[in-house]
Design a protein around this ligand. Sequence first.
Ligand code: AMP
Ligand code: MN
Ligand code: MN
Ligand code: MN
Length: 273
Amino acid sequence: MIDLHTHSTASDGQLDPSALVARAASRGVQRLALTDHDTTAGVNEARRAAADHGIQLVAGAEISASWERRTLHVVGLGLDIAQPTLVAGLSRQQAERDTRAALISERLARVGLEDGCARARSAADGGQITRSHFADLLVADGLVRNRQDAFKRYLRPGRPGYRRTEWAGLADVIGWIHAAGGTAVLAHPFGYGFSGAWRRHMVAAFADAGGDAIEICTGVSTVEQESQSARDARRHALAGSIGSDFHSPEQFWLDVGRVRPLPPHVSLAPHAA
Ligand code: AMP
Ligand code: MN
Ligand code: MN
Ligand code: MN
């Protein structure tokens, strides 16, 4: 079993890298990629844990990219995490996350969230601050019922706690991944709320920018979506990838390693371990 998209406490996952690897190993995952948002900080710990459990660890990251005034997620797999171009690129994204956290916090203060920035930073505990951290604060303060509601009412585009962010462009992000010897995978093509026409436009742009693969099977994809993604991949000569996007054991509807295998006629994107 393989799972090439998961999160730890290095970004918005709930388990630390060792606990994530232990859960994956106990569920029968033989090859696991750790792909935290804009960071590889959990990779070394995950690698040690994977060696203890006798499973393969793929060094990865899920990198935010700006495209057509929207944010896309590009999963890099098989990265040399010390490669200078990648390290410099990720540190710019991390600075952007810090700046954005302060701005989101200012906006949420107007709707009653106190001291958001410091509290989000302390919850992230040295890891990357994401909108999920603000979602949890909104829940904790009783401003919303749950995380979904926090995104719907406050954190989505057009809502009071949203701030558009200038991430690096698609071609730059793919370039960093390639510089680090990695494979660039367009994450969860059905996860952006795009129409079919926009989704196909995005896949074409990703292929044009030098991308290698698209994520076909995720923890929430339907069989119908998977066959559409397989068609999109074939049309643009892209390979496929599979990953649950596991964040937390509380997400009862998905789990690490719980992903269908690739549909026929699509090959798994090659990547280094
Ligand atoms: P960020 O990269 O900081 O903008 O945060 C994006 C993360 O927020 C995603 O990776 C998800 O984990 C989470 N997220 C985005 N939209 C939602 C949603 N509607 N409900 C729950 N979590 C979400
Ligand atoms: Mn996330
Ligand atoms: Mn994502
Ligand atoms: Mn993810």
